[in-house]
Design a protein around this ligand. Sequence first.
Ligand code: GLN
Length: 494
Amino acid sequence: MTDLTSLSLAEARDGIRARAFSAVELTQAHLRSMEAARALNAFITETPQHALAMAREADGRVAEGNLGALEGLPLGIKDLFCTRGVLTTAASHILHGFKPPYESTVTANLWRAGAVMLGKLNLDEFAMGSSNETSYYGPVLSPWRRRGSNVDLVPGGSSGGSAAAVAAELCLGATGTDTGGSIRQPAAVAGICGIKPTYGRVSRWGIVAFASSLDQAGPMARTVKDCAILLKAMAGHDPKDSTCANIGVPDYEKALTRDVRGLRVGIPREYRIDGTPVEIDALWARGAQWLRDAGAEIIEVSLPHTQYALAAYYIVAPAEASSNLARYDGVRFGLREAGSDITDMYEKTRAAGFGREVQRRILIGTYVLSAGYYDAYYLKAQRVRSLIKRDFEQAFEKVDVLLTPTAPGPAFGIGEKSDDPISMYLNDVFTVTVNLAGLPGMSVPAGLSAEGLPLGLQVIGRPFDEETVLRTCSFLEEAAAFKAKPEAWWRAVA
Ligand code: GLN
C-alpha cells in the first residue's frame, strides 16, 4: 500500500474517483510514511486522528457520488496557517500552546474541496529564512543528499517542511507561503514544483502575517498539474481580506496545454550575476533552448533596478514584520513570562519567545521606521520598489513571461550559512523582485547539479496570468523530464 504515496495528486484524485482505493487507505499510507520519516523533522504537529476522521467523511461523500475537487487527498499544511483547534505555532516559541478558534480561508477552501489534513509542517520561525534552520522546533533535513555523501542538507526555506514532506512523499501536496521566495526556493532545492500566485489571488486571512504587502500563499507539489489543481481550490475572492482580488479563478488544469509556440519569453540581463555557479547559468541556457526549439521566441530584456531589490526587500519586509509582530505581547495568547510589571512582562515574554533571526528583523524594521531614518531607508526602499515594479511592466510590454533560475545554487549543508545572514539573504536574489512587484512566479525542477542535487527554473508572469506561467512550466517540466528522487535514507534512521 505504500505505493499509494508515490502517486501524483492528480493520479490519486483519479484513483479515488475510480474507487481503486479509498481515502482512508490513501491517508493510512501517508501516515505510515510520516511515521517512518520523523528523522526529517518535517512536521511540527501530526494530526493522524483528524486525518482519518476527514478521510472517513470523504469516503462517505465518495459513496454518495458527491465528490469535491480534492476529495480524500491528504495534504500537509505549513504551520503558518491557522487551523481551528489545532496547534498553530509559526515555528515560534512565542505562539506556545496557541490553538486558533478559527480556520484560515485557504485551509477552509481546501477542506471544503474534500482534502484531508495530515498535520502542520515545519518552517523557519515566522517564515523568516531560506533554510528552515530558524525554527524553534529544530531544522528540517532535506531528503536529498549529495551523491556519495551523508552530510545533512537544508530543504530550503521558509517552507522547508512543506518541501521536504512533498519530496519525501509524506503528502500529496502542501501549502506554502512566499514573502520573498519561500515557496519557490525550497521547491527548487527539493526538486518539486511551487507557485507563488499574484498578490491578491489567494486570501491571506488566517495566515500568520510576516510582511503583509508581500505575503502570498500557494501550493507545493510534485508536478505542475498538481499545483494547478491545488491553486484552483485555494484561490478566490475573500471579503475578509481587503487585498484579495475579486477576480474569477480560471480552471488552471485546462491551461496546461504545454504549447509554447509563439510565446515571447524574456531573459532578464541583470539576472546574470557574478559568482553564480556555472551549472546554474547552463541550466538557464538549456531552459531557453528548450523553449526556442519548441517555437517560443527568446528575447533579452532589461530589469535595470534588479541590483537594488535585495536591499529594498530587507528594509520593507522587516519594517512590516516589526509592526505585525508587535501583537505578540504575552497578553492574549501564546507564551507569557512572569514580570514585575506589564512592561517587564512584555520584555521578558518577547525576549524568551522570539528567536535570534526574528529579533534581528524586528530590530532592523523598527530602526528603518524610526523618526529620522524613515525617509532615508523605508521611504527610499518603497521608491525602489515602485521602480522595480515599473521595470517588470515595461518588460511585459515586450514579452509574455520571464525565465530565470530560481535560486543561485543547490541545497547547502545545515549550519553552513546560518552564521552569515548576508549570504543567507543572497539566496533570495532571483525571487524577491517578484514579491516586490506582486507578480506570479513558479519554480519547476529542471535538472541536477554535479553533486546530484535538484536545481529549479523560475517562470514569472503578468499579474493574474498564472495560466501562462503554469502552461510554460508544464512545458519545461516535460522538456526537462526530471525523474530523480531522493534515496530514502531517512527510513532506515527512523
Ligand atoms: N528568505 C526570505 C526571508 O528570509 C523569504 C522568506 C519568505 O518568503 N517567507 O525573508
